[in-house]
Design a protein around this ligand. Structure first.
Ligand code: HEC
Ligand code: HEC
Length: 200
């Protein structure tokens, strides 16, 4: 009896999970992306130039949080605030799911020294200057999760810009990153970016 009830619950649970993002939602998201996002982020979510973030493979929850942060003005960017303002909550939900399921890109580099230094910093931080390691939040493969951003394969120019904005606090939508990035030197930022952009 208990088993029946449990399996009934599980079936009901998976039906809910499936109905939360259906094939029809995926198609609606694809059309929405084509009309309202692709000009800057591409249909593949990789960004049409260095000015635009790569969204492919970012955790859906992280994307959704950013869209709401732009909508409320907690995260500032004129182009994205204008886009986010027009998105309804259900639209934001389906596009976040859509981009999270696309294949991330990556930008390889042959600068082995920079990559090794970036990797070391990512996993160990810098105890001398008080830089926290990044892996404890962003994960061993830098894929993020939940509301923590994916960094692996992100566009290098965008990554560097965001690290600088988190340091000077012009990006103020999440205070957990401020103190963490504060002691990074310009060389450390460069090494981290080369390492992260090249990770698949
Ligand atoms: C006119 C260009 C433009 C359009 C159209 C556009 N974006 Fe953006 N988007 C940007 C720019 C520029 C940034 C980087 C903002 C910054 O520097 O903080 C960005 C950043 C983002 C981010 C944050 C990414 C991260 O890693 O934190 C999300 C999420 C996002 N866009 C979603 C969307 C969605 C969804 C659409 C379509 C509904 C869309 N954008 C349409 C220009 C655009
Ligand atoms: C305590 C947890 C934590 C640690 C440690 C941490 N981060 Fe983050 N990071 C976050 C969270 C949470 C976000 C998303 C912030 C938001 O909502 O805008 C983020 C966002 C970022 C972003 C913006 C990504 C994007 O797509 O716009 C970059 C870049 C970044 N972190 C780099 C780093 C680097 C480099 C390190 C190590 C030196 C680091 N982080 C350490 C939690 C952390």
């Amino acid at each position: 009896m208990l088993l029946c009830m449990l399996s009934g619950l599980l079936i009901a649970g998976s039906a809910i999970a499936q109905s939360a993002y259906s094939d029809a939602d995926a198609e609606a998201a694809r059309q929405l992306v084509k009309k309202r996002c692709a000009k800057c982020h591409g249909n593949n979510g990789l960004g049409v130039s260095d000015d635009y973030a790569s969204l492919a493979g970012q955790p859906a929850e992280y994307l959704l949080k950013q869209l709401f942060n732009f909508k409320t003005g907690q995260r500032r960017n004129a182009k994205m605030q204008a886009v986010a303002e027009k998105l309804t909550a259900p639209e934001a939900y389906i596009v976040a799911e859509y981009f999270s399921r696309l294949r991330p890109g990556f930008t390889p580099s042959s600068d082995e020294l920079a990559k090794a230094a970036g990797r070391k910093l990512y996993f160990e931080g810098n105890v001398d200057t008080g830089v926290h390691n990044c892996a404890s939040c962003h994960g061993v493969y830098a894929t993020g999760g939940g509301t923590v951003a994916r960094l692996a394969g992100q566009n290098p120019v965008y990554l560097e810009t965001q690290i600088r904005r988190l340091i000077d606090q012009s990006r103020g939508n999440d205070r957990s990153m401020h103190f963490i990035n504060a002691p990074l030197s310009p060389t450390e930022i460069r090494n981290l970016v080369i390492y992260l952009a090249g990770e698949e």
